[in-house]
Design a protein around this ligand. Sequence first.
Ligand SMILES: [Zn+2]
Length: 448
Amino acid sequence: MGSREEQPTHDLILPNDRVRSSGNVCRFLLILKERCCMKLVHYKEHLRSQRIHRACPICQSSRRHLIFKQRFDGPQNSSLLAGYHVVSCAYCGFVYADCIPEQAAFDGYYRRFSKYEYGHQGGEVSRSDIRTFERLANFIYRARVHRRSAILDVGCATGALLSVLGKRGFKDLHGMDPSLACAKTAARLYGIPVITGSVFDLDLRHGQYDLIILTGVLEHIRDVQAAVQKVVARLTPQGHLLAGVPDALGLAAAHNAPFQQFSVEHINFFTPTSLTNLMAAAGLKRIVQMRMMREQGIGTTEPTVVGIYRRGFGPVKLRLDLQGRAALQKYVAKSKEADRHTRKIIRHATRGGRKIVIWGVGTLTQRLLAAGILKREHIAAFVDSSPKMQGGTLVGQRILAPAELRARPEAIIIASWMFQKEIYAQIKKHLRLPNAVIKLYDVHCRRR
Ligand SMILES: [Zn+2]
């Protein structure tokens, strides 16, 4: 393609040294302009070809509508995505992240930077997670899954959902997770065997199951259709697949930081319809589906859609998802409004060139940096509680451990919604730091 771009078409070939009359000069300028335009077009095509475009993971159409461009300034050594385009499929309506790396990059990231080991709390999950797992166990019970069923939870983290199912009388329980630390913790806490690997490692060696659970998994996977097919191949003929994902229809009503759903990890934005379409594309039909607003942490909620599916008989048709795009546009509008408030707080904290310390280097900080709401010249240092992040750098500044904050005079901005209260308590009660602390969000503790 490159060599063809270098060769002008016949219409554009200039006769050598033949520009003699004013008419010829005009023609020359016209041709020059035309050549420049064509070069620009070719350059744009070249740029487009450099990006890794992603066809719709459900219907494979390449026609799409842009909803939002997400960008991140990520830490060196641990950054997975520099950003992506949130698009909706023009054919089936599914909303997904375009211009992202190949699946192998995601697999490597989750092996190295698993956040689901809950090391700081001995591998045990929060009470709000346990409440969510209780609701899922009720859902499975109501779907009349037999107690003797062989169950595999793919992406099981430390095995807490399986342990809840164990208390309900299910005995044949197995887990799978990319993190070796998760597998060890599940064995230690609940005596549940966990295969180390991702959904793509599932094969004949692992046998067959009557119920395979995929909660909080499908929104993270690029080759999501291949992942579902891997699972279907491991189901018994009458087996069920339970899938749970964030529900795009509820995002605008959820309590979380602006744009948090467009995180450094989430790359598929399902609605109840598009989740059913994904399963239909793999030959599965919906048995039952429910929507819920689950507690994710203190004052934080995540809308979730959960469905149970099994093999269908005959071809299963896709339904046009008419709601996904509008729901995401509403979410973007709400997030932009919240960002305007954040911008004001940060501008006030840094007036007169004052420097600040930012606590938290996750999705929120990376996005605020890329959007220019946080500016590198105002930042004295970053802090993060995760040892996996400490010692790294972000926009040229070191990421410190919390204890390294002692004797620093700057105000600390808490760049987190979900852990805002926890971090505030750590600064004031545990570390007893005298620094001014600035919260970005008005987080209320809500019980549902
Ligand atoms: Zn599609």
